[in-house]
Ligand binder design. Structure first.
Ligand SMILES: C[S@@+](CC[C@H](N)C(=O)[O-])C[C@H]1O[C@@H](n2cnc3c(N)ncnc32)[C@H](O)[C@@H]1O
Length: 455
């Protein structure tokens, strides 16, 4: 691997006697990890059914390492949202924020959704999570991952941090800024990150991080928690970004992060003022643990915040549309969705709890996408299938993960059953994969075209 020479010199300078251990990790395989999804499966059942060898990530109770030769992204359990593939050190970030059910949480730089999906699971799909991504292409991947993992408490937006800050002053209990950075911790898994690296880019990222943190600050309640993280090593984007932020705000204090399992402290020598409390921050290094590397800071806002003056979203759904949905619900489900409903043209959503009004914001997903209102009938969305449990529906068709029928379904082919039951939840080993509509012995395939596999 050819590392940028300026990067090598800089790391040798700051790491000194540790540098050779750090550089030796570039000769080793990258760490591969996945997190099981507690919204769909418990730990023991997951370990019973998962067909790969796994070993636990010591700093994340839902995280596991898998061998590099495995391809968990291709297994039907991935399509069923039973797990999320995530770089192991990244798993520590949401663990540090520790959101609770019922809280109002913001993930400001969220795509592709590794941390969002972890946060939503920790919140047990309740409360309100705003997952924002500034880049229109990346927000699509975020939204798809939220759908696959069966997340229903999340509003996905495609906004700038400034726009959100002007709308949500003093609104959030907890905020995550997983900042865009120079990605030095990505070098083992992404050649692009190596090619893109320059000292100038490091400085540019540091300026941008300051700006994003300022926006986050405005949105935090008094007593609120702000976690800042990067997947880069440079002190300018880590200790120094936090140092500058603390200098601007005397009502922000660093909350100590417990260090275990090889997690190290941030370094006071790497601040401009020798800031002692920076040791409360955490550094995950590839030569101290199995992971690509992260920097994590936990902060608390102790001073007053403006009282949020916005309003909450209310339903805009017509009586007829609601009737069409309820008819579908009665005929197909065993549960009733009681959340506030919202329609974007013909598409019906069940909003997260405590969802603020999103008028004027670029919304990509507003909670659970229930489906589409077609002429006097309702067609369920894939997201609804993935947010259900098998027993939530009246009719389901279970296929085995190692059976050809499962591949046929994921390829978008029809299935033959000989029955005529209408909407069926198609499950793999009991876990929802998508919808099918059974008419006269044949199940029409509603697995989304964009997700179908070709093999
Ligand atoms: C480190 S990545 C986030 C990874 C994500 N949290 C996860 O766990 O999957 C940083 C994200 O910030 C976004 N970003 C870039 N510039 C930004 C800006 N000016 N404001 C907010 N976000 C930005 C990037 O598009 C990128 O998706």
């Amino acid at each position: 691997m050819k590392l940028p020479s300026e990067f090598v010199e800089k790391m040798k300078g700051i790491l000194q006697e540790e540098a050779h251990r750090f550089f030796a990790t570039y000769e080793e395989e990258k760490a591969s990890g996945l997190r099981f999804n507690p919204l769909k499966i418990d730990r023991n059942t997951f370990l019973d059914i998962v067909p790969f060898a796994l070993s636990p990530v010591p700093f994340c109770p839902t995280g596991f390492y898998y061998d590099a030769h495995e391809q968990p992204g291709k297994h039907p359990y991935h399509a069923a949202g039973l797990y999320y593939i995530q770089e192991p050190s990244a798993m520590f970030v949401a663990e540090t924020l520790q959101p609770n059910p019922g809280e109002k949480v913001l993930d400001l730089c969220a795509a592709p959704g590794g941390k969002t999906t972890q946060l939503a699971a920790m919140m047990k799909n309740s409360g309100f999570l705003l997952a924002n991504e500034i880049h229109p292409k990346r927000v699509k991947a975020l939204s798809e991952n939220i759908e696959r993992l069966g997340i229903t408490n999340t509003l996905v937006t495609n906004e700038t941090p400034e726009k959100l800050a002007s709308r949500f002053e003093g609104f959030f209990d907890k905020i995550l800024v997983d900042a865009p950075c120079s990605g030095e911790g990505m070098f083992r898994k992404d050649d692009e990150a190596i090619r893109y690296w320059s000292e100038e880019h490091v400085q540019q990222c540091a300026r941008q991080q300051q700006h994003i943190l300022e926006c986050a600050y405005r949105m935090l309640k008094e007593g609120g928690i702000l976690v800042y993280s990067t997947c880069t090593f440079s002190p300018e984007e880590n200790e120094q970004t936090i140092e500058a932020f603390l200098q601007k705000h005397d009502d922000i204090v660093l909350v100590p992060i417990e260090k275990a399992a090889g997690i190290q402290s941030g370094k006071r020598e790497w601040t401009n003022t020798g800031l002692e409390t920076i040791e409360r921050t955490a550094r995950l290094w590839p030569h101290h643990l199995q992971g690509e590397g992260h920097f994590v800071t936990k902060m608390k806002k102790t001073g007053p915040s403006p009282v949020w003056k916005g309003r909450y979203a209310s339903s805009n759904v017509s009586k007829q549309a609601l009737r069409d949905y309820r008819n579908f619900e009665k005929a197909t489900l065993q549960i009733e969705i009681t959340k506030t409903m919202y329609a974007f043209q013909h598409h019906l959503f069940a909003l997260p709890e405590d969802c603020p009004s999103f008028d004027g914001l670029k919304v990509v997903r507003a909670g659970l996408h229930l489906g589409e209102l077609k002429k006097q009938r309702f067609e369920p969305n894939h997201a609804l299938a993935l947010a259900l449990q098998r027993h939530d529906v009246q009719q389901s068709l279970d296929i085995k993960s190692d059976h050809i029928e499962c591949m046929k379904y994921l390829r978008g082919e029809t299935l033959s059953t000989g029955e005529d039951r209408g909407w069926l939840l198609i499950t793999v080993d009991g876990y929802p994969l998508g919808w099918g509509k059974e008419v006269k012995g044949t199940v029409k395939n509603f697995y989304p075209k964009g997700l179908r596999i070709n093999m």
